[in-house]
Design a protein around this ligand. Structure first.
Ligand SMILES: Cc1cc2nc3c(=O)[nH]c(=O)nc-3n(C[C@H](O)[C@H](O)[C@H](O)COP(=O)(O)O)c2cc1C
Length: 402
């Protein structure tokens, strides 16, 4: 079957990966309402085209923090991607480099910061930061990212504690691992995946391993990361601490409310990523595309606002840009590509998304991202009546009542 879109890649990934791994990537928290809400909200939002416009010279690129992006999206940070493919972080960074878009490396990556840089020497690399109990670990990561020429720091703030991912729990996918007989059988049924894993060993949290010039991480810190025990004393006042460590662009990822956006401005953030962690944290969180306008209004254009969650088509990205986001992040989409065909598969997905973005912009009647505006976005359509029994309720109460 030809892989024509992200969903095709997702379906193939589901076949190629053991269920435990696929579910780790694909799943969300609790009842997965937030996961679904991200998609529903995007689907319900129509684009209003302007016709008879000269679109003979298209350019979907943008410029942000002094860098030109060939397409208006970046690859979101994905922890433990090495479960999908050994070397995943380097492969994703290489794909992002080829596509001309930034790559955000997770603190919980399985390839070391320096090795990701070596794999993608020309890429715009950003570092995602989790701050765990022992703050020295974050300090070391920031220092290493700077030395490796990472261009921006993305502080993720929506994980004071890990979301309850019930798919993972059912598979016994937790720390320490307690795999069920069913899961072991499932792995055995995916010999190619298993052989790759056997060849490279279980993925490690590479940025926490002892380094030549770094003091070894304490067992406690490693355990903290494994169980995602974050520093819950981290507050807005801690941004000043980060500022002293990092003088480049500092973005806050995981905001959903206008008040928090104002706080981010007040504390000197250089950018915001509107995100609900792809529906993996607070299941009651709003759809990101629905949360975006209030945040944009609060920020009043003073810093760039990016958004992620549920982007599966170029048209999803165009909707976000039309509402006023400077760029989107894509998380699972390139990982499905990675599962299908390694770095090549990830690049295919990024290229598909770029092509879809260009086609959608052409159909909407704009040649540049800067020509997109809120007038291109219509009122959210009510969900199709046949879809409501499956719980596909509108996120927009005014229409749900209709
Ligand atoms: C498997 C997986 C691992 C993730 N790991 C991280 C992470 O380590 N740090 C982080 O800030 N966000 C992480 N995220 C969230 C993504 O960066 C991003 O916000 C989200 O995936 C966007 O939604 P999408 O997957 O629908 O595009 C992860 C998401 C997934 C699916």
């Amino acid at each position: 079957m030809a892989l024509l879109n992200v969903e095709d890649h997702r379906r193939r990934a589901r076949r190629l990966l053991p269920r435990l791994v696929f579910d780790y990537v694909d799943g969300g928290a609790e009842d997965e309402r937030c996961l679904q809400r991200n998609r529903d909200a995007l689907e319900q939002l129509p684009l209003i085209p302007e016709c008879l416009r000269d679109t003979s010279a298209m350019d979907i690129g943008i410029e942000l923090f002094g860098r030109r992006w060939r397409a208006p999206f970046a690859v979101a940070p994905i922890g433990l991607a090495g479960l999908v493919r050994p070397g995943a972080d380097a492969l994703l960074a290489g794909a992002a480099q080829s596509a001309g878009v930034p790559f955000i490396l997770s603190t919980a990556s399985n390839v070391r910061i320096e090795d990701v840089r070596a794999a993608a020497p020309e890429a715009a690399l950003w570092m995602q930061l989790y701050v765990m109990g022992e703050r020295a670990i974050a300090e070391r990561i920031v220092k290493r990212a700077r030395a490796a020429g990472f261009e921006a720091l993305v502080l993720t703030v929506d994980v004071p504690v890990s979301g309850l991912r019930e798919r993972d729990l059912r598979h016994g996918f937790r720390v320490p691992m307690r795999l069920t007989p069913g899961t072991l059988l499932d792995m055995a049924r995916h010999p190619t995946w298993l052989a790759r894993l056997a060849g490279s060993g279980m993925p490690l949290f590479a940025n926490l391993l002892p380094d030549d010039d770094d003091a070894p991480m304490s067992a406690q810190t490693q355990a903290a990361l494994l169980s995602r025990t974050m520093d819950r004393t981290l507050t807005w006042d801690s941004i000043a601490w980060l500022r002293r460590l990092w003088d480049g662009p500092l973005l806050i990822k995981g905001l959903l409310g206008a008040e928090d956006a104002r706080r981010a401005l007040h504390h000197g953030a250089d950018g915001i990523v509107v995100s609900n962690h792809g529906g993996r944290q607070l299941d009651a969180a709003p759809a990101t595309i629905g949360a975006l306008p209030a945040i944009l209004d609060a920020v009043e254009g003073r810093i760039p606002v990016l958004v992620d969650g549920g982007m599966r088509r170029g048209s999803d990205i165009v909707k976000a840009l039309a509402l006023g986001a400077r760029a989107a992040l894509v998380g699972r989409a390139p990982v499905y590509g990675l599962a299908c065909d390694g770095g090549r598969g990830a690049l295919s997905v990024l290229q598909l998304l770029a092509q879809e973005t260009e086609r959608t912009m052409t159909l909407v009647g704009v040649r540049r991202v800067s020509e997109l505006g809120r007038h291109h976005v219509g009122l959210p359509a009510p969900p199709h009546p046949q879809e409501t029994p499956r719980g596909k309720a509108s996120i927009y109460p005014v229409h749900a009542a209709a």
